[in-house]
Ligand binder design. Structure first.
Ligand SMILES: Cc1ncc(COP(=O)(O)O)c(C=O)c1O
Length: 403
């Protein structure tokens, strides 16, 4: 039965809308038979790791898909970032947004680099050349841009800036497989781009990731850094790590690639349904980050402005959780507020006003193959109750979740 009144809400004792938790991540599954067939092959070959046939095929197929000369698959997106830093031989400071997943910044620290936090444009949720330029110092060796939600972070402007100042540019495109900017794959901007194939992403190898680059020499260095295999020492690199993707991961990745178009179409359908509701009700919270660019629509983001919706993001989150909708504050808080960065840079808040404001407003809602249009309608019905009865809801909610 559709909920209509405040008393129907789980937070006020009503039965939760969903019996099972509805996750925000994609958790897209390939057909079981295809998975079984792929694993039989791995068992028959007794070839589990060390650049096996499936990993090599995934490297090749992804390079084709991304329109780039080289793809090197690795264990996960975090390792891809660490490998990138060593392959590019970075040193000193790297300019990076605080509005990102902690892995972006932590990988820099693992590579012995100092992050310099850049604020974001509140419209795009991304850094830009204009915001990064004042942060360049004699110690800066690179800018690491993040294509948040798969929306490009001013790649042309950042490239011009880095060329002019003689520093390197690379991108965290963890969200961006299947996304383009002005008709060009995100993989081709900068010196290289990394992707994440985590289970929650639209394209998944359970855990996994890759580095993509048009620079053949850099690709050789990446291949050298990501393993200790004696026969694969192509180049002098400062440090190496075991970041090899396994055959099991590659099997999942290849099956994901077969289904990727279907999953993106599905996301588009669900994403539009949320947007239609938002427009119909004049809520004005839905973030159309894709615009006219090709996007994988991996995320459904609502910008909860209390002045418009009537309640805060955290209040809406509490309502959703009580209905078993596991909405997430993505990204919250800014990485600069997390340890160790809050201790290293205690005054960072002062230079990151947009990061703080945006991280307090955004809510990520479920998408992916695990849900259908009916699920979206049930979630927006919950939002509608909040929107229509915001004043009373605010009064009745626990004082602890007023903000
Ligand atoms: C922006 C960003 N960068 C890096 C990562 C790390 O990727 P992984 O989980 O594959 O290590 C993530 C993971 O979600 C991410 O969102």
């Amino acid at each position: 039965m559709t909920k209509r009144r405040l008393d129907d809400l789980g937070i006020f004792g009503g039965k939760p809308e969903f019996q099972e938790p509805v996750h925000v991540g994609q958790l897209n599954l390939p057909p079981w038979e295809r998975f079984e067939e792929a694993f039989r092959g791995i068992f028959a070959r007794r070839y589990f790791t060390n650049h096996g046939p499936l990993v090599r095929e995934l490297d090749r197929r992804l390079a084709e898909y991304l329109g780039v000369r080289n793809v090197v698959c690795v264990t996960n997106g975090t390792v891809a970032l660490m490998v990138a830093c060593k392959a590019m031989d970075l040193h000193g400071e790297v300019i990076v947004p605080s509005f990102t997943f902690p892995a972006t910044v932590q990988a820099l620290s693992w590579a012995g680099l100092t992050p310099v936090f850049c604020d974001i444009d509140p419209q795009t949720h991304n850094i830009s050349a204009a915001l990064a330029e004042p942060l360049i110092s004699p110690r800066t060796s690179a800018i690491l841009g993040v294509h948040v939600w798969g929306r490009a972070c001013d790649p042309a402007g950042l490239q011009r800036l880095c060329n002019a100042r003689g520093i390197r540019l690379f991108f965290d495109a963890a969200h961006g497989l299947g996304c383009e900017h002005d008709g060009i794959s995100l993989a081709t901007w900068g010196d290289l781009a990394i992707y994440s194939f985590h289970a929650t992403k639209v394209f998944s190898s359970a855990e996994g990731g890759c580095l993509a680059t048009d620079d053949d020499r850099l690709a050789e260095r990446v291949r050298t850094v990501r393993n200790f295999h004696v026969a694969e020492t192509f180049d002098r690199v400062p440090l190496r790590i075991n970041g090899k993707m396994t055959e099991a991961q590659a099997a999942m990745g290849l099956l994901s690639l077969e289904n990727l178009d279907h999953w993106i179409r599905r996301n588009v359908e669900l994403y539009r349904r949320y947007a239609e509701w938002d427009v119909k009700e004049s809520v004005g919270a839905f973030v159309d980050y894709a615009g006219s660019q090709r996007s994988n629509h991996q995320y459904c983001i609502f910008d909860v402005d209390p002045a418009r919706l009537g309640i805060s993001r955290n209040q809406l989150l509490a309502v959703m959780r009580a209905e078993n909708v596991l909405a997430r504050r993505y990204f919250y808080p800014g990485v600069h507020r997390l340890t160790p960065y809050n201790l290293l840079f205690p005054d960072a808040d002062l230079s990151l006003p947009a990061t703080i404001a945006i991280s307090e407003r955004l809510l990520q809602l479920p998408l992916g193959d695990g849900i259908d249009l009916g699920t979206v309608d049930r979630i927006t019905a919950i939002m509608e109750i909040c929107y229509r009865h915001a004043g009373e809801l605010r009064v009745r909610m626990e004082p602890t979740i007023q903000q």
